[in-house]
Design a protein around this ligand. Structure first.
Ligand code: ADP
Ligand code: CDP
Ligand code: MG
Length: 205
């Protein structure tokens, strides 16, 4: 049970009780799909940075236009915006175990989150998938997303290679990355995911 208290700066500096798993992988690698499965089996709260940013656009926030433009271009929104949304969602959830999906996506995201929250991830789940497969999946995702078109997809692949892979390498050097072959079927991937999360099953509701 987490007592999700904030300190005076509105951050989690004094609270070490949160369990955070970063869920990373290229666009279309299956992060959201597998997080939904993990939530059901292991009692985590799923926070997708992309979903939070899209909700912020819909809410009519003053940052909405900026966020929308960045997403259309496949660019990474400044950390302060995304981290604020993540912190709010963590506090509102009342939970103490989180899957943070699609974050940190670059070095700025990573360093700022660590600085502001003082939270170190338990581990990083990395969904490894070929660009050919991810492209197919994104082009048939059919969620009406402004960034699921071939032009933006190519830009997102470039951002993933140039900015997000270095974050995965950073955690790999710390021995924190669990890499999953995400090119298989949803059920097969979840079998591998389950094996990684089994130490957490005793804590599930
Ligand atoms: N293992 C899989 N095999 C085939 N299609 C998948 C698989 N995992 C997810 N998908 C589909 O691919 C698309 C992208 O998955 P999603 O979970 O949204 O990925 P991400 O969050 O990494 O972008 C969705 O339409 C989803 O239903
Ligand atoms: N940490 C993050 C995560 C997403 N985003 C933005 O949101 C877009 C969609 O992210 P997403 O995680 O929903 O995308 P998928 O990898 O799930 O396809 C990204 O391409 C970025 O423009 C961001 O700026 N910063
Ligand atoms: Mg997603």
């Amino acid at each position: 049970m987490g007592s999700a208290t904030k300190d005076v700066n509105g951050n989690f500096a004094a609270d070490k009780k949160f369990v955070v798993v970063f869920v990373l992988g290229g666009p279309g690698s299956g992060k959201g799909t597998q997080c939904a499965n993990i939530v059901q089996h292991f009692g985590f709260t799923h926070l997708s940075a992309g979903d939070l940013l899209r909700a912020e656009i819909k809410s009519g926030s003053e940052n909405g236009t900026m966020i929308q433009n960045m997403i259309k271009e496949g660019k990474i929104v400044p950390s302060e915006v995304t981290i604020k949304l993540l912190q709010q969602a963590m506090l509102e959830s009342g939970n103490d175990k989180f899957l943070i999906d699609g974050f940190p996506r670059n070095e700025e995201n990573r360093a700022a989150f660590e600085h502001v929250t003082k939270i170190e991830p338990e581990f990083v789940l990395f969904f490894d998938c070929s660009e050919e497969e991810m492209e197919q999946r994104l082009l048939s995702r059919n969620q009406g997303r402004v960034d699921d078109n071939i032009e933006t997809i190519r830009k997102r692949f470039r951002v993933f290679v140039e900015s997000s892979i270095p974050v995965i390498e950073y955690y790999k050097a710390k021995g924190k990355v669990s890499k999953i072959d995400a090119g298989k079927s949803v059920d097969e991937v979840f079998e591998d995911v389950k094996a990684i999360f089994s130490p957490y099953s005793a804590q599930a509701a």
